[in-house]
Design a protein around this ligand. Structure first.
Ligand SMILES: [Zn+2]
Length: 227
């Protein structure tokens, strides 16, 4: 991610505020972004939506704190493990949204029922344990479960999303929860469900990733948290 550090810090704060305003993170969860020289920018061990620029911390590739006043999150290992095996992933969100917990409990991955889910059409594997990811061995297991996908669901716990940039992270973080919610809604009707075909997913992905579509999405969410 080629972006000056100060701008990146401001964006991480904005991302956390948007995710909090939309109700997908509460007092827990964390956001990180890859920095040059194998460093990682991270929200500290505090409610992410309440973090200010001065609270952000910088970690080395193993999660050891290099700069900042706050302490690393207990589940930092999940982030460091994913960054090590996924050079394409530039930022990560981990959260505990109810919809993701509900879906993972049924053993179902995200089904692409709405256009909000097309980013996840290659699958959202489920890490089959509720234990918090507090050491590198567990981090490696989550990274292995994620594989080359965009998101992993953690049974009884939440979900983790990896993105190319922070705008995309907001979008996928919200769309994953929305997709889970729609899936739960349709399941409650007890009727057969139509799922997007691979071609429909790919066609919609091209539209959804267009700059103007993305701009509109971000404009709305930024306006909701900025006076
Ligand atoms: Zn967690």
């Amino acid at each position: 991610m080629i972006e000056p550090l100060d701008a990146l810090k401001d964006k991480v704060i904005m991302v956390a505020k948007i995710l909090q305003s939309q109700g997908v993170i509460d007092g827990y969860g964390h956001i990180t972004a890859r920095l040059p020289d194998n460093k990682i920018l991270s929200t500290p061990h505090m409610p992410p939506g309440k973090v200010a620029v001065r609270d952000l911390i910088i970690l080395d590739a193993d999660g050891k704190k290099l700069e900042g006043h706050g302490e690393p999150n207990g589940e930092t290992a999940m982030h460091t493990s994913i960054y090590k095996v996924r050079p394409d992933v530039q930022c990560i969100l981990h959260y505990h949204a109810d919809e993701l917990v509900a879906l993972a409990a049924t053993g179902q991955e995200i089904k692409v029922i709405s256009n909000a889910g097309v980013a996840f059409h290659r699958g959202t594997p489920i890490y089959d344990s509720p234990v918090l990811i507090r050491n590198p061995e567990l981090g490696d297991r989550v990274a292995a479960t994620l594989g080359d996908k965009r998101a992993v669901l953690l049974r009884g716990h939440g979900g983790t999303v990896g993105a190319d940039n922070l705008d995309q992270l907001v979008r996928m973080g919200l769309d994953l929860v929305r997709s889970a919610k729609i899936q739960i809604m349709t399941a409650s009707m007890g009727l057969p469900i139509k799922i997007h075909s691979k071609e429909e997913c790919e066609a919609m992905s091209r539209i959804e990733s267009r700059a103007d579509v993305h701009r509109r999405f971000m404009d709305y969410h930024v306006s909701e948290v900025v006076d």
